[in-house]
Write a protein that binds this ligand. Structure first.
Ligand SMILES: Nc1ncnc2c1ncn2[C@@H]1O[C@H](COP(=O)(O)OP(=O)(O)OP(=O)(O)O)[C@@H](O)[C@H]1O
Ligand SMILES: [Mg+2]
Length: 273
């Protein structure tokens, strides 16, 4: 037995096996990147439960040509520069692994423009092989498009469930992120049909209403502490609900509920930074 170092493509694929389990994992990583980029509006477009297409469009800080050349490279991040930064992480991502992992198990195209540049750029990666960065027209922000997820990982592809099941996982992931960031506008579409459109809300209570309906929101009691050190918000359900408003809320949004037993019993918001 002789020891050798694995090629980067294999390392990235192993990392992808751990990070990217199903389409919802890709959606979560891309939306977290958009939030880290300071986006105010995030649109998630899906095709066939995410198996054919996952496109996340944001209006965040964007990337220039140099950033785009590195975005898909493993351990490339703008969020940490030294060991000391590890003790003061203020972003959702910092490992510099997500895009490299996604790019090793799908076909990815990123189009982006920073606010101070007049031109955008694009870069593609197909099954781990990265192309050149090219100039192209683009609005400020970033658009990351993931197609043919797991086309080169037959085991994962085989275990993908129906579009409806994968959509339920995606809805769950987006619901969590949207509840944690009420001030951000979220739009989710599946096969070009709108699943939900959540305009910026004025706080968590309002977003709970957007997701679960007024009746449920009115039934939640907020508790909070907003000292500079601790800014935590907890909303607890005051009393049991009749089945009807729960079902109404679910159907209105086409969403899976936050928990399996019924409408949310409690929600906790702990701000990230
Ligand atoms: N939507 C985006 N807008 C602006 N920059 C982005 C966007 N998505 C990714 N980037 C840039 O690409 C880098 C790599 O992203 P990636 O998700 O792979 O790593 P990360 O977010 O730094 O860490 P993690 O692997 O923990 O998510 C980011 O650090 C960021 O600089
Ligand atoms: Mg990330």
């Amino acid at each position: 037995m002789s020891i050798h170092i694995l090629p980067t493509s294999v390392v990235n694929k192993i990392a992808a096996g751990e990070v990217i389990e199903r389409p919802a994992s890709v959606v979560k990583e891309l939306v977290e990147n958009a939030l880290d980029a300071g986006a105010r509006r995030i649109e998630i477009q899906l095709g066939n439960g995410g198996a054919d297409l996952i496109r996340v469009v944001d209006d965040g800080c964007g990337m220039d040509a140099d950033d785009l050349a590195l975005a898909l490279v493993g351990h490339a991040t703008s969020k940490l520069t030294s060991e000391d930064d590890l003790f003061d992480v203020r972003t959702m991502g910092f490992r510099g692994e997500a895009l490299a992992s996604i790019g090793s198990v799908s076909d990815v195209r990123i189009v982006s423009r920073t606010a101070d540049s007049d031109a955008g750029h694009e870069v593609e990666m197909q099954a781990g092989v990265q192309g050149e960065v090219r100039a192209c027209g683009a609005p400020p922000g970033a658009q990351v498009e993931v197609r043919n997820l797991f086309h080169n990982v037959p085991v994962r592809k085989k275990f993908l469930k129906s579009a409806a099941t994968e959509m339920a996982h995606i809805s769950e992931a987006v619901t969590r992120l949207a509840l944690a960031h009420p001030q951000v506008h979220f739009v989710l579409t599946h096969n070009e049909r709108k699943v939900f459109n959540l305009p910026p809300a004025d706080g968590l209570a309002q977003r709970i209403g957007e997701f679960f309906g007024r009746e449920i929101a009115d039934n939640m009691v907020p508790f909070g502490s907003q000292s500079p050190e601790v800014d935590v918000e907890v909303h607890l359900r005051e009393r049991p609900l009749r089945a009807q408003p729960r079902a109404d809320a679910r159907h209105r949004r086409g969403l899976r509920r936050a928990d399996d037993g019924g409408a949310p019993a409690g929600l906790l918001r702990v701000p990230h930074a």
